[in-house]
Write a protein that binds this ligand. Sequence first.
Ligand SMILES: Nc1ncnc2c1ncn2[C@@H]1O[C@H](COP(=O)(O)OP(=O)(O)OP(=O)(O)O)[C@@H](O)[C@H]1O
Length: 446
Amino acid sequence: MADITLLPSQPALPELSALLDVIKEPATILSLDYRILACNQAYAAIYGDGEAVLGRTCYEVSHGYHVPCDQAGESCPLKRCLDTGQRQRVLHLHNTPEGEEHVDVEMNPVRNAEGELICYLEIMHLVKEARATPGEGDGMVGRSPAFSRMLELLRRAAPSDITVLLLGESGTGKELAARAVHDGSSRARGPFVTVECSGLTESLFESELFGHERGAFTGAVGRKKGLIEAARGGTLFLDEIGEIPLPQQVKLLRLIETGTYRTVGGIEPQHADFRLVCATHRDLKQQVAQGLFRQDLYYRISAFPVILPSLADRPEDLELLIESLLARIPGAEGISVTEAAIRLLRQYAFPGNIRELRNILERGMLLTDDGRIGVQHLPPECQHVDSVLAPAPYSGFPVDEVIPLDQLERYYLQRLSARFKGDNRSLAERLGVSERTLYRKLSRLK
Ligand SMILES: Nc1ncnc2c1ncn2[C@@H]1O[C@H](COP(=O)(O)OP(=O)(O)OP(=O)(O)O)[C@@H](O)[C@H]1O
């Protein structure tokens, strides 16, 4: 049984805390004013022993904030719970001993016999599919608002068997996202099978997907298992589904609609058992309008579309990705990128997204002699950023109207703090001011 630490003055706590005993994930009881009244062992193991966290506020322990999350520009599940009276789930970045990590926070209102809200039960589902700090492994990395929004959608879809359609430019991480859906599903222990749809001819498509019987065609010397059979009990990932020619689309539609298929040369219909995830870099709606993609198939596969942000849409992740990719590229231990090179990369559009960033690092790694990838080791297209131009955020700044600096700063901070997903420490660091200065400026906004 887990150890529960309590504040002795709370009368309803013993009963409530018994609840925490049965929860395996980190969980707390929170007072109406955000204070931690009790926590279970899993929570204490991450955030410090019970005594150290009891009586402190959740926003301080989890984020290092001095104000509740909604006042620090984040969505606050406790506030949302209070406003709606309903259970709430929100993806947050929390401090952990390994640095900041994604946590799926579940907030449940607890009421007394009279129906009055007396406290909250908070359960933290640790997110294993993505990391917010560089580290080992090969999963997704990111912490920008655009990345977190996508991650939240993937996590919502994963536990059900719904068909997910991943939409994004090449190199944005669609295969990794498909894997994350698989890993977060009840089929995680089953196989994850990728079908690269581009370049599959009609006959190859059928024999690869459905398999064939011995003697089904010239050269079919034995029975061959198809990818659908290989994906039994797991996930079938159809990458670049927009490339499938129309005749094969009919076969795919039949498979999805009936859940059955026939092997090439086979007579008996076979039952398929897979969860479908599809991906494309194409605008499928446009393909439908142009008669290149079947509308009925489009509706079958687009039940849960998720857009993957391009690297240009998540500039906050650039340095984290550089560090993570360097940790993952074989032989890149000890390699770093100079500040000047990072400044140039920040202004580059990355049409090939994360794959292109990885290629740039692999190339730079071979060119550098001292382990530091500098401007001279970047490909020419990255170096052609006009040095006379101001960095991208300032280039379109209006100067034909004079705005008092104080007003400008307040306007900027208001918008920034509403959008910034990290904690105040990292915001202060990015702004180049101390945390204390930032708090002073933020409190003037209220
Ligand atoms: N969020 C991420 N964190 C770390 N690495 C990533 C991330 N997203 C993508 N990558 C890396 O970038 C490369 C391209 O990713 P992936 O193959 O999943 O992209 P894709 O969108 O499927 O590309 P394509 O459409 O061209 O097939 C891989 O090396 C992958 O490991």
